[in-house]
Design a protein around this ligand. Structure first.
Ligand code: ACO
Length: 341
């Protein structure tokens, strides 16, 4: 509930460093998945399995004290990036990297992902900073589907790892965590069609066909504040990576320019949302499209943990139990199996 003191911050930072590696048993668990597993299947399963390594945190999860909670939070926040990076490398048959205790959170993630035995990946400060911002902007967002799921599962007294594993599964759905992937899919489609974006926009304006992915928001009607923040950082990261003439990026910039000046989009208050830039940022960093939702999960981790804590530490905790109103037929005749045709 409060910003940490310098000593608390240093302590938590130490816990993150200490908890970055995952146990060998868990590494073998990850290696046991088929090469082409979806990284979200691997993430949710591995998070659930993580609980098996910390019986003291899962057996009496409603009564864990503050130091135990800090430990559990550090395990989740630190290990999620290691699990994510391991899943990337296992999927490609690459040697797994060991976390480097001297690197910051994002630099370490990029090292875990992209370092090779013959060449360390050294993150450009602009790239690490953009990634940091991406994670920060995704940390929490009211009662979205995955956060509500974490709270629902927590309300039964389920431990942090099990609750988060459920949240990861909720985030996996394309209606929740998939919008930034949809942006890249759209750009690839436009490119494959030999269009520079003009045709696509005209079709989107008919309201009959596709929408411009990464534009519009149910809640933010004037602009998406997160988009404005990430946009600057995204452009700095692109500059540091020397990316100038990328065809998908050119299409994206064209869509942005037209949508911001075309009356159809202006009158309907359709501005680029956070997913528009975050998808492009992930792609520029080299993160594969099927890992975008995993990146979202890494960012959302502190939010899920805070919500879990809020539910689990409530002295008046009651299991969440939505009621339902049955609207189906009232009386059904029983027909014996043999007579059912
Ligand atoms: N492209 C083209 N037209 C659009 C778009 C779009 N992306 N979004 C809305 N419109 C149009 C609609 O056709 C409608 O036009 P009409 O008034 O002529 O019928 C009008 O704008 C209002 O549309 P609604 O569906 O009522 O807007 P709503 O606020 O319900 O939808 C949503 C918000 C779902 C985000 C929508 O803008 C959309 O589908 N965007 C693309 C998908 C996307 O980027 N999702 C990510 C959201 S951000 C996030 O999840 C972090």
């Amino acid at each position: 509930g409060e910003l940490p003191t310098a000593a608390q911050r240093a302590h938590f930072s130490g816990l993150l460093t200490e908890n970055a590696p995952i146990r060998e048993g868990l590494v073998r668990f990850i290696q046991g998945f088929p090469r082409d597993s979806h990284p979200m299947a691997l993430l949710s399963s591995t998070f659930n399995a993580l609980g098996a390594y910390y019986p003291q945190l899962v057996e009496n999860s409603l009564n864990i004290d503050d130091p135990q909670f800090d430990g559990a939070a550090a395990i989740a926040i630190s290990k999620v990036r290691t699990i994510a990076a391991h899943s990337y490398r296992v999927g490609r048959g690459l040697k797994l990297n060991y976390p480097n205790p001297d690197l910051g959170y994002c630099e370490n993630f990029l090292h875990l992902m992209f370092s090779e035995p013959y060449r360390d990946y050294v993150a450009k400060p602009e790239v690490a900073s953009a990634l940091n911002l991406f994670l920060l902007l995704h940390a929490d967002h009211e009662q979205n589907c995955s956060t509500s799921t974490v709270r629902m599962v927590a309300s039964s007294g389920a431990n942090l790892f099990a609750s988060i594993s459920s949240g990861v599964n909720a985030l996996w759905g394309p209606l929740h965590g998939g919008a930034n992937m949809a942006v890249i899919d759209m750009l690839e489609r436009i490119h494959a069609d030999g269009d520079d974006g003009t045709r696509f926009i005209e079709e989107a304006k008919t309201g009959q066909g596709h929408r411009l992915m990464g534009f519009g928001h149910r809640v933010y009607k004037n602009f998406d504040p997160r988009a404005q923040i990430i946009k600057k950082s995204f452009h700095k990261a692109l500059g540091s990576l020397g990316i100038k003439d990328d065809p998908l990026l050119n299409i994206a910039m064209k869509l942005e320019e037209v949508a911001l000046s075309d009356d159809y989009f202006i009158s309907r208050k359709l501005y680029p949302n956070v997913d528009f830039y975050s998808g492009l940022l992930m792609r520029a960093i080299g993160i594969p499209v099927n890992m975008f939702t995993v990146m979202f999960a890494i960012g959302r981790m502190p939010g899920w943990i805070a919500h879990w804590r809020e539910v689990a530490s409530n002295p008046k905790l009651k299991i969440h139990r939505p009621r339902q109103i049955y609207t189906g037929p009232v009386k059904r005749e029983f027909v014996p199996t043999a007579d059912r045709g």
